[in-house]
Design a protein around this ligand. Structure first.
Ligand SMILES: C[S@@+](CC[C@H](N)C(=O)[O-])C[C@H]1O[C@@H](n2cnc3c(N)ncnc32)[C@H](O)[C@@H]1O
Length: 196
């Protein structure tokens, strides 16, 4: 496991992402077809009685596809990212929350919890995983898209890089069981699982 930690406060991290998104003049983009491959891999049906939470939802590209299938909520610390997400998702019934995952009060449980390149950037991973366990329905499923130790980019201030055995053990410590994994290229792995 390799960890870089340049920012220690939530306020500092939110400011960093706000500035970064302003400099990018937008947010990172995952193409619709990739979002739908992830949703298919997670077996998300077209059923609006089900709820999905996207942690660190950025500009809302994943939510834009997910909301065609299920009810959606996004949580994100960057106000700038959320402004882009609001623009993209206006009128689609998606709830967007400006908060850190670690800091939100669990107010309901979800059928699906996803993190697309976000969990490795949170400030307090143990607290975040405990929160996910509480927010996930006993019958629910999680899907975490995470870089492994082959990841070479250093464009974000805080990042945790780990390989599959480390993530499997860490998730298990927090009552989260990995059921399947899928490699995306050489440097990303999608972990799908359930509460245990
Ligand atoms: C690499 S970006 C990925 C964004 C989006 N999921 C995507 O695929 O474009 C990581 C995001 O996580 C957000 N983030 C970092 N720590 C967070 C936390 N503790 N709670 C909620 N969001 C967080 C950042 O603001 C940033 O937008």
């Amino acid at each position: 496991m390799k960890e870089r930690r340049a920012i220690e406060s939530y306020d500092g991290l939110a400011k960093w992402y706000n500035t970064h998104y302003q400099e990018m003049n937008g947010t990172w983009v995952t193409p619709p077809e990739d979002c739908n491959r992830h949703l298919d891999d997670l077996d998300v049906p077209f059923d609006k009685t089900l709820r999905l939470l996207d942690i660190g939802c950025g500009g809302g590209h994943f939510l834009e596809q997910a909301t065609k299938r299920v009810k959606c909520v996004g949580v994100e610390i960057s106000r700038v990212a959320l402004l882009y997400a609001h623009e993209r998702l206006y009128g689609r019934g998606v709830i967007l929350i400006e908060a850190s995952l670690e800091g939100i009060e669990p107010w309901l449980q979800f059928d699906y919890i996803v993190s697309m390149g976000s969990l490795e950037h949170v400030l307090e991973l143990d607290k975040a995983l405990d929160k996910i366990r509480i927010l996930l329905k006993p019958t629910g499923a999680f899907y975490f898209y995470l870089p492994n130790t082959s990841w070479v980019h250093k464009d974000q201030p805080n990042e945790l890089l780990a390989d599959e055995p480390w993530w499997r053990a860490k998730l298990k410590e927090h009552g989260l069981q990995v059921d399947t994994t899928k490699a995306w290229g050489v440097d990303n792995i999608a972990y799908k699982g359930s509460a245990c």
